[in-house]
Design a protein around this ligand. Sequence first.
Ligand code: SF4
Length: 302
Amino acid sequence: MPMISSAAAAAPPARVPVEIAKLGKRLHRQVAQAIAAFNMIEPGDKVMVCVSGGKDSYTLLDILIDRQRRAPGEFEIVAVNLDQKQPGFPAHVLPEYLESRGVAFHIATQDTYSTVKRLIPEGKTMCSLCSRLRRGVLYRVAGELGATKIALGHHRDDMLQTLFMNMFFGARLKGMPPKLVSDDGRHVVIRPLAHVSEADLERWAAHRAYPIIPCNLCGNQPNMQRAQIGRMLREWERQYPGRIDNLCTAMGRVVPSHLMDRALYPFETLRASGVPDAAGDRAFDADEPLAAPRPTADWHED
Ligand code: SF4
């Protein structure tokens, strides 16, 4: 039997750098806020956490495991990975990692790679069909596992990029919701990282040294338009710090009377009420705030 000296047994745990400790707290707080704000997880839920092998889903799983251990019995977790049979996919990495975390998991296998390769002409982007097929498999697996929620690792930058993609290329004011019911009406999908920045996820993943599996094993080119919007947002943030926070907050503070969607606001039947509205439109106020807006009560971030 190995001898352990009393000095070694009493050695304090390795110190976590202050910045990393703060980052960990911020991630937990932002996830807690999103879960509470959108009632994402309820007592008795079985949450299927979709783990791709990327930094986002590893972090999501980490935080949900931690929350579950602090409130045992409140909800269950099952981690699910889909092996899409991409060439070179290291099929042993996730099972080994998930076993080491002591979390229940399921590896689904379906060769969506061959289907996508067969259906999409060479040189065209494959992500859209690939994601649709993956989603279908994950919904099926959720049903088989009896999961009540499907948790995805999209973060606030993904959500903002989607908003701009839809505006620029689809002429719609439509983003990526923190919670939605699947098209077949059978599943609730949640995005607990809705308030978390990609930069924080990158820092956290580096600290945790996750065994990252790249998403480009399929040889597909990344979506150039999405990448371009990502660069635009980062450049805005560099020039005007706080802009991304404001954009994210704005997604939760929509004023239909000041947009142009006739389905959301009854412009046709609008009449003068004769009653002054102190909180109403101040039509001749300055268009732009003179200073950067200050955080409000429903501010999402730090
Ligand atoms: S990069 Fe490849 S594996 Fe990832 S979503 Fe696109 S097509 Fe699918």
